[in-house]
Design a protein around this ligand. Structure first.
Ligand SMILES: [Zn+2]
Length: 288
């Protein structure tokens, strides 16, 4: 049994930990975010989805290099965010612009960790939720850049969701098994019908697997709100593209993956804030 003095020390230490934990979470998120950038850049070539020699390499080697001149990036410039700021968004050697995607993904990685910490505290749930958000960031960015949602990410996301919910972290196991199957089938059927009617792919297999993954984490109850919010997000995305002067038509492929990813992250957040209430009741004030 610690005496009074030791108790004071321990309490003080714990209080300080509580103060620095959000900062630690955000820093860890920044580091993971810069790893996500490697996955986003090299993954599609590694998984043979795109044929792009400038994207070769695996997740560990070679060290990060400039996409334009292939010069390895100096160690000091690999520091998340600070490196990008120090270089003012340009390669130190050839001055080619470095994609704004790098700092954005790093910031999102930090936001994911911080958000998971704020929602769940210092718990296993927080760690799992951060993993969920990180996968969604990588999937959204890869879909935006290549139009693919790789099986190498969607299938593990389904598996981790099942594993987490076997222990009941986010939803009952029956709900998530029914959800994953339903989510996949619903999009598969819509995709097949669309293909039959329009002769082109509207919803890909990847979208079906991503919806299955979201339901594997959140349960079948989340499918309708996830699809609803994703549809609104996709429409907003098209609207912004038009405002930005990009030509869009009925045949412009809509990357539905990023919309689904955003929607899944939002519903996970809503479910964590208000686990008792129905999604609809919580979402109505957001979308009047
Ligand atoms: Zn360069």
């Amino acid at each position: 049994m610690p005496d009074a003095f030791q108790q004071t020390i321990i309490t003080g230490f714990l209080k300080n930990m509580l103060l620095i934990s959000p900062i630690l979470a955000a820093l860890l998120g920044l580091i993971i975010g810069s790893f996500l950038n490697v996955v986003i850049h090299r993954g599609p070539a590694m998984w043979k989805l795109v044929d792009d020699d400038s994207r070769r390499g695996n997740l560990a080697f070679p060290r990060s290099y400039c996409a334009a001149c292939h010069a390895p990036i100096a160690r000091a410039h690999l520091v998340p965010l600070a490196g990008y700021v120090a270089l003012r968004g340009k390669c130190a050697l050839c001055s080619a612009p470095i994609s704004i995607r790098y700092p954005i993904v790093e910031l999102l990685g930090a936001a994911a960790a911080l958000g998971a910490y704020l929602l769940f505290g210092t718990t296993v749930s927080a760690f799992l939720a951060a993993i969920f958000f990180w996968f969604l960031i990588a999937l959204a960015a890869i879909d935006l850049e290549t139009g693919f949602l790789p099986d190498a990410l969607t299938l593990p996301l389904i598996a981790i969701g099942f594993a987490a919910n076997t222990a009941g972290f986010f939803a009952p196991l029956t709900d998530v098994v029914i959800g994953a199957a339903t989510g996949y089938l619903v999009f598969w059927v819509i995709g097949a019908l669309f293909q039959r009617l329009r002769g082109m792919e509207g919803l890909g297999q990847g979208d079906a697997k991503l919806l299955a993954a979201l339901a594997a984490w959140l349960g079948w109850q989340a499918i309708a709100p996830v699809v609803f919010v994703a549809a609104l997000t996709a429409l907003a995305g098209i609207f912004v593209m038009r405002l930005a002067g990009r030509e869009t038509s009925n045949t412009t492929p809509i990357p539905f993956g990023p919309a689904l990813a955003f929607s899944g992250a939002l519903i996970m957040t809503v479910a964590a804030i208000a686990p008792e209430s129905s999604y609809v009741a919580v979402l109505l004030p957001i979308f009047p």
